[in-house]
Write a protein that binds this ligand. Structure first.
Ligand code: N7H
Length: 461
């Protein structure tokens, strides 16, 4: 990701020492272990947790590493599912007060997101109380360290699943498995991100979002001030969504190759870019419709997010002439295709990592995102936007013919007919029917990442 720029320390309003490091800034990583556990004995767990508490990485440390750019060394975070929280905090509300998606859990919500649980690995269908995230420079070090934490937790837990994430290397460094630059766009956070010339933005086009969208107890748009967390000990915590998304890279490559003509694209690279909304190097289609632009690639935060989709600005694209309405980045962050508030209130902070190697069948993305409401943010984006073929609503061709059904998000959309209407000009109708699903959900979990004080209280109990 483009290097983040922070406010001077004396202007930072967020309690960084309290907030786990993966949430706002992201654990620095080349490799990551996700260890999932059940907790067998709450009292013994409180003891075990004491022995690893000092190893948890908080946001003051991730900020320091980000600014001083040392090699990413070992980091660790912990988060609990609803069943885990109930074991370690007897005052966990079971309904009403906290997010219904979190209370029901990822497995119960799978159907409503279009997942077919047949594709889920067994471990994700069973009980998971806890996830321990460990990041390092390489997989061997991350696993050695994760083994040490597993050993420390051995009196109270059973490990039910381990996932191994590894960034790609060589020419594919910084790219996910379909070959596209990842980590190009992330919201800025008020009270943390350094504003640019436009005080409402960090890097150009990077809107600054209320911290209450990601952290409980901080300024929140709905509360119009400092928001009361659902329960006091959730302050400075965040919900973590985890999704194990398998990518059919061979299928993706074959399909873009064989649909160049039908999509009226110049080549397979352009059709791939139309599915994502960016070229493989991260340059946005709206700004560079004909070819990838090295001046706007993923290393150019001054330009690679400085665009709109709807009506505003010289580069806007109200009739999908440059970027299809169904393109992944247009579906999941519609920018000014919606009124500002409607788009900004759904922002999430993403922190995923690829899994699997190039030759493997089972490879993809270990998707992670943070937010203060799973129902209103991650699930809303997936259900109401990505899985909704009518979204973006009310759009037309340049001759004003309504486009009633732009189609599902071709990358992550599921649960409906996979037809794309990419027509921008009535004289060149472009419809692609039966686009294969290139991404399959093979497991998921909803977790809560508590503050330093709450972790310490759990360890003392
Ligand atoms: Fe996406 N991809 O490679 O095609 N995503 N995503 N995503 N995604 C983004 O900005 C991808 C997934 C978001 O601010 C880029 O980092 C793949 C889920 C959001 O303009 C690329 C998978 C959800 C953004 C990909 C996947 C999202 C975003 C552009 C699954 C949430 C920022 C580079 C295997 C429901 C949009 C970048 C913005 C960007 C891909 C999953 C959401 C290349 C392969 C499940 C909010």
């Amino acid at each position: 990701m483009a290097q983040q720029r922070f406010l001077p320390d004396n202007q930072i309003t967020l309690p960084l020492k309290e907030i786990q490091g993966d949430i706002l800034i992201g654990l620095q990583k080349k490799a990551q272990v996700f260890d999932f556990y059940t907790i067998n004995d709450a009292a013994a767990f409180a003891q075990d947790l004491t022995t690893i508490l000092n190893d948890v990485t908080f946001s003051d440390e991730t900020k320091d590493r980000e600014e001083n750019r040392p090699a990413p060394f070992m980091s660790m975070n912990v988060a609990f599912s609803i069943s885990g929280l109930k074991k370690v905090r007897s005052d966990t509300p079971s309904n009403g007060a906290i997010d219904p998606a979190f209370v029901e859990g990822a497995a119960a919500r799978a159907g409503s997101l279009g997942d077919d649980v047949i594709d889920w690995l067994d471990a994700y269908k069973g009980s998971m109380d806890l996830v321990v995230l460990v990041t390092a420079l390489d997989l061997a070090s991350a696993q050695t360290q994760a083994d040490a934490f597993a050993n420390a937790l051995r009196h109270s837990t059973t490990r039910v699943r381990r996932e191994l994430g590894l960034v790609r290397s060589g020419a594919q460094a910084g790219h996910e498995h379909f070959g596209f630059a990842d980590g190009v766009s992330q919201p800025g956070v008020k009270g943390l991100t350094l504003p640019g010339a436009d005080p409402t933005q960090g890097w150009p086009g990077q809107d600054l979002v209320d911290p209450g969208d990601f952290i409980f107890g901080d300024y929140d748009r709905a509360a119009g001030g400092k928001a009361t967390p659902p329960v006091s000990w959730m302050e400075n915590g965040s919900y973590m969504v985890f999704r194990r998304l398998r990518q059919d890279v061979a299928g993706f490559d074959a399909w873009v190759q064989s649909n160049v003509g039908a999509s009226k694209s110049t080549d397979a690279d352009q059709l791939g870019a139309k599915l994502v909304g960016r070229w493989a190097d991260g340059s946005p289609l709206v700004l560079s419709p004909a070819a990838a632009d090295p001046n706007r690639d993923s290393s150019h935060p001054q330009t690679n997010n400085d665009f709109n989709f709807g009506e505003i600005g010289p580069d806007a694209d109200p009739h999908q002439i440059s970027c299809p309405f169904s393109a992944h980045i247009r579906k999941v962050y519609p920018r000014d295709d919606l009124a500002n508030e409607a788009s900004e209130q759904r922002r999430i902070l993403r922190a995923g990592i690829p899994f699997g190697a190039d030759g493997d069948f089972d490879k993809g993305l270990l998707f992670v995102c943070y937010q203060t409401s799973i129902s209103d943010k991650f699930e809303f984006i997936q259900q109401n936007w990505a899985d909704n073929s009518s979204f973006i609503f009310g759009k037309t061709t340049k001759q004003n013919t309504p486009i009633a059904s732009p189609g599902l998000d071709p990358i992550i959309g599921q649960g409906g007919a996979r037809n794309l209407d990419q027509t921008s000009d009535d004289t060149r109708p472009t419809k692609l029917n039966g686009v294969p699903a290139f991404v399959t959900t093979t497991g998921a979990g909803y977790f809560f990442s508590p503050s330093r004080s709450t972790l310490a209280a759990i360890a003392r109990d």
